[in-house]
Design a protein around this ligand. Structure first.
Ligand code: PAF
Length: 295
């Protein structure tokens, strides 16, 4: 496996069908499942590691975002990556960019409301990664369900010849969705954080049981989440449009965002109204690699 810092080197190493797994590093099993899927599907797997300043609203969230490139390189290699590209901010933005990719209505609700400018930052960097790496396929986790909808919309609108692959959420053994931010939770806050997924599972159970309305499902979620979590939103939204819905129909996702202390987490489950089944993601059997070597 090769570790490089620039896109020209990536392109010179790429052979055959190229799969890109864009990440902000501090890899966990969710990322490894994306890399594994890319390794099964493509000839050259490129993992990008770049903590993108454009998508962070709060300076403290950016500065406290966990980083460990040596760890990421070892994990990416073990999961089947061929190239890790880890550009510095100077490589990515030699000058402050004047071009911003702004996706419309799909980026407006939920994360868009609570993190103004976030999706402009995501779309701009993902477009830059697509242009720089030139992948045939790009792999994203469904934990960021709205991000996935934003990226798909951008790919459609800007005619990127890239197949966007969405993969199931990977959860810790107790159900908490894997996120690099989980390492910032204290033991006490972790107990509160896990109620986000417990709320979603309560909503999912109600959905599967039959006749519940959107409001009833959202109510079930809110009742299960700890009062110590500052819930920003609970919505059911269309998987393609990310538009919050007042009725069930088609493929939708039940999404939640909340703050536990200064850690903001999101999670969701996918609702299939055709079969009345829920994709809740998969669970690890034991502790995540996020905590290896840590406290
Ligand atoms: O999902 C993420 O980790 C980031 O939003 C992404 C897609 C790597 C863009 O910085």
């Amino acid at each position: 496996m090769r570790v490089v810092e620039d896109f020209a080197s990536v392109r010179s190493l790429a052979r055959g069908v190229v799969g890109l797994v864009p990440t902000m590093g501090f890899l966990h099993e969710g990322h490894l499942s994306l890399i594994g899927a890319a390794a099964a599907d493509t000839d050259t797997v490129v993992v990008s590691v770049f903590v993108n300043p454009l998508q962070f609203g709060e300076a403290s969230d950016l500065s406290s975002y966990p980083r460990d490139l040596d760890r990421d390189v070892a994990l990416a290699e073990s999961a089947g990556a061929d190239v890790v590209v880890a550009p510095g901010v100077e490589e990515m933005f030699p000058v402050a960019p004047e071009t911003v990719v702004s996706v419309g209505s799909v980026a407006a609700p939920m994360e868009g409301l609570h993190r103004p400018g976030h999706f402009d930052g995501v779309a701009t960097i993902v477009a830059k990664l697509f242009a720089g790496v030139g992948p045939d396929r790009a792999y994203f986790g469904r934990k960021d369900a709205q991000q996935l909808a934003v990226v798909r919309t951008m790919v459609r609108d800007l005619s990127f010849p890239i197949d966007v692959v969405g993969r199931p959420i990977v959860r810790e053994h107790d159900g908490l969705a894997l996120s690099s931010r989980n390492v910032r939770l204290s033991d006490a806050d972790r107990l509160k954080a896990v109620t986000l997924s417990q709320g979603l599972m309560a909503g999912a159970d109600l959905f599967e049981s039959g006749d519940a309305s959107v409001d009833e499902i959202i109510g079930a979620v809110r009742r299960r989440v700890s009062a110590d979590v500052s819930v920003e939103y609970v919505e059911i939204a269309g998987s393609e449009t990310a538009a919050p819905a007042s009725d069930l129909g088609g493929e939708q996702f039940l999404a939640i965002a909340g703050r536990i202390g200064d850690v903001r987490l999101i999670d969701n489950v996918t609702l299939d109204n055709g079969t009345r089944t829920v994709d809740r993601g998969t669970r690890l059997d034991g502790p995540s690699i996020l905590y290896e070597g840590g406290s």
